[in-house]
Design a protein around this ligand. Sequence first.
Ligand SMILES: [Zn+2]
Length: 266
Amino acid sequence: MPELPEVETYRRVADGALGRTIVDVDSPDAWFLKGGTTAEDLSATLVGSQFCGTRRIGKLLLLDVAPLAGAAVSPVVGIRFGMTGTLLVDGIDGVGPLLYGPSRRDPSWERWRVALDGGGTLVVHDPRRLGGVTLDPETSDLGPDALDIGVAALAGALCGSSAPLKARLLDQSKVAGIGNLIADETLWRASLSPLRSSVALTSTEVRRLHRHLRATLTDLMARGGSHRGDLIDERHPGGICPKDGSPLARATVGGRTTWWCPTHQA
Ligand SMILES: [Zn+2]
């Protein structure tokens, strides 16, 4: 958390900052600036300009900046949200409390603040400080976005590895945007075990996984977040499969706590 659905919501929220002149940039927390970016870089690049576009690759939000006079290239601000980051424009975040974060707001948790002409703001609020802001972030290390990836690209992302299927899905360099909850929900819906060897999936299974990945993401965005899956309430000792009532299994897969149904996920 936040996973792809939350960051897609933040992207839509950030659309509200487009075309508004940036009058000030406050980067109070050097720890939150990543990739060698400094507070001075951000102020020099942004003040007097405007955000002119929003994009998302997986869980990375990208804000395109209109180049200042004389500059040939459009700068880009990349924002990562870690475990507890939210993005607010004019005080509105569009998501609500996150599963693993405090529900209250605290000014001391504002890691980055952009003041917009007319009194508005774009703010990154992150209690646990696991996110970050980068000017012109490297994106070549990210795989295709999980919402846009095609069947052939998904097959390519899975082949060549005997790693457990879930570990491969969590690898952002293979598919970008799948977090722990979405991986478990998707595999549960697709009736595939998280422990399966990635390379051993048949083409029929890859197509089934692809269909369920897209449907799960679309469904969770419509429901309001990655924590709105059908499996979520059963992710505890004694939890049962909502499809068939079997006791769920739990293990650490790909470094993350994983829940699945040994009866129908094969
Ligand atoms: Zn089941």
